[in-house]
Design a protein around this ligand. Structure first.
Ligand code: CO
Length: 149
């Protein structure tokens, strides 16, 4: 009986392990010191939908300390950030730009926002970066998007 219970426990642990292996949510917090709370996030390309949740835990308004989360391939970050500045506020994002894989709305202190995009937009093992496209923020506010199967 003990042995059966142990086996059941092991099976349960394996099931939990499998569920955790597929990560379909990216959660980030931005603050008034122009920082995200993470330098890297991990998601699974096999997710039918990936959710990006952004919270701004600061108090400054969007015009002074706006934050969004933009995901592009890493070599595109600086060009897209520049195109975003050229596009102007409040979103600071080039419209209809194929290099932008996903982007949340730009928000200010005390606000939160989220978006979803298909996991098929990412390739496992690819080189992706998340960043904030508010003018002057992408240098500090960026991190790695690690993509698994
Ligand atoms: Co920002």
């Amino acid at each position: 009986m003990k042995r059966i219970t142990a086996l059941l426990g092991l099976a349960l642990l394996c099931a939990v392990g499998t569920a955790q292996a597929q990560n379909c949510t990216i959660t980030l917090d931005g603050n008034d010191r122009m920082q995200f709370d993470k330098k890297s996030v991990s998601v699974s390309a096999s997710c039918s939908e990936i959710t990006v949740e952004l919270n701004h835990s600061g108090a400054l308004p969007v015009a002074a300390m706006g934050h969004n989360v933009v995901i592009t391939e890493t070599p595109d970050v600086n060009d897209v950030a520049q195109a975003g500045i050229a596009a102007g506020g409040p979103q600071y994002l080039p419209e209809g730009d194929a290099r932008v894989i996903a982007a949340t709305d730009m928000i200010g202190g005390g606000e939160s926002t989220s978006i979803t995009f298909p996991g098929s937009a990412l390739t496992a093992g690819g080189d992706y970066t998340f960043f904030c496209s508010f003018p002057g923020h992408s240098g500090l506010m960026r991190g790695t998007v690690e993509v698994t199967d």
